[in-house]
Design a protein around this ligand. Structure first.
Ligand SMILES: [Zn+2]
Ligand SMILES: [Zn+2]
Length: 393
């Protein structure tokens, strides 16, 4: 069977590249994936999937081999592009000004489409059901996953496990990175509005200085990480924006701070968010001012189910060879796949796309991002293989 999957993937190599190039040339932003969705919809219909339908505005889903018995596996790809102007001379570079598939979601869609086509061809040999999901808006909070879940993507059939892959330019094409347990970070943003009483900088006795309060807050927040966080749980708290509209000799009434909090443990995430709010409010009050906290909750932490991921790792080894399977580290990026992973046993692994020879090395979310298209055939065939193997296990 393994050879069969490899042959089928190899036969689809050119069409996978063509699909990826089409999608790459026509990127759409989060929650606006209208053309992308209709392209995918038509393709799934042409492959003969059952129950092909739109879900939550621009999501697309379909069923392969709907059977009463056996497991039901959900395969998920994201769909959206980023507000980045592409810097490339390739024929397939973005035709949409200021919008670019700089996170490889074009490749994810192409590979899932081809995986669906391969699985359709082997429909009678599948011991269970496969649902494919093309999910919009991964790149923008609140993300598309919440809506997919609300629309019932995990029911009818009841999904027993979920698999997704993400391209990664840190690994060479042909390599796969995978990790059990905590894998990706939660990502929350906060805006702190520190208020005092402004005035002449030479008359401190008449002021409540919000600049000084903001300074104390910045230092105290770092101590939340260094003195409260378990050193074994990565935690990042960064402040990237400070606005205080005074001048050299004028203290402003107000200072705004904006920052982000990332960690990889959902329980600790809640604790640290509470402590943050308490700390900044009390600190500002103790200095005579106030601090209003505006919290923008982002995605939770992504957990790779231990048992499922251990099995998937074995199946990956069967397909690419154990020497090409890399133990991935915790990745401090965030993905709304995390929502699914907190509800159903899930696995999210990384597909290497780097090529030193072709000088394809730039990072995700950059204007020069590209990928070694040799990785597409591997990613498409692999996803189909993992699904088949998990269904018979
Ligand atoms: Zn991204
Ligand atoms: Zn991405």
């Amino acid at each position: 069977m393994l050879e069969k999957f490899k042959l089928l993937a190899s036969a689809e190599r050119e069409s996978c590249i063509a699909i990826r190039r089409h999608l790459h040339a026509h990127p759409e932003l989060s929650f606006q994936e209208v053309e992308t969705a209709s392209y995918i919809y038509n393709m799934l219909v042409s492959f003969g999937l059952d129950e092909v339908s739109m879900i939550g505005d621009t999501g697309v889903t379909g069923i392969i081999g709907g059977k009463e018995e056996g497991k039901a596996i959900l395969l998920r790809s994201d769909m959206d592009a980023l507000p980045i102007q592409e810097y490339s001379s390739e024929i397939y570079s973005s035709q949409n000004q200021g919008v670019m598939h700089a996170c490889g979601h074009d490749a994810h869609m192409a590979m899932l489409l081809i995986a669906a086509k391969i699985l359709m061809g082997l429909k009678n040999e599948l011991q269970g059901t496969v649902r494919v999901l093309f999910q919009p808006a991964e790149e923008r909070i609140p993300g598309g996953a919440v809506k997919m879940i609300a629309c019932g993507i995990l029911k009818n059939p009841t999904i027993s496990s979920i698999i997704a892959q993400h391209v990664i330019p840190d690994l060479l094409a042909g390599k796969i990175g995978i990790k059990t347990g905590k894998f990706m970070a939660s990502s929350d943003e906060f805006i702190l509005i520190v208020r005092g009483k402004g005035g002449h900088a030479a008359m401190p006795e008449t002021l409540i200085d919000p600049v000084l309060i903001a300074g104390h807050i910045i230092v105290a927040l770092q101590q939340l990480v260094s003195r409260n966080a378990n050193p074994k749980i990565p935690t990042i708290l960064s402040i990237g924006k400070i606005i205080g509209m005074g001048t050299a000799n004028v203290i402003p009434d107000e200072v705004t701070l904006e920052g982000t909090l990332r960690t990889v443990d959902n329980e600790w995430r809640e604790i640290v968010l509470q402590r943050l709010q308490k700390l900044v409010t009390f600190l500002a009050e103790s200095m005579g001012g106030t601090c209003v906290v505006n919290l923008k909750r982002g995605y939770p932490c992504l957990q790779n189910d231990y048992k499922l991921t251990t099995r998937i790792k074995e199946f990956i080894s069967e397909y690419v060879g154990a020497e090409n399977v890399i133990d991935a580290d915790i990745w401090m990026a965030a993905d709304d796949f995390a929502y699914y992973s907190n509800l159903v046993p899930s696995t999210y692994y990384l597909l290497g796309t780097q090529s030193q020879d072709k000088e394809i090395t730039t990072r995700l979310h950059t204007p020069t991002f590209d990928l070694d298209e040799n990785s597409l055939e591997i990613g498409a065939g692999l996803m189909a293989w993992l699904t088949y193997r998990e269904l018979i296990t």
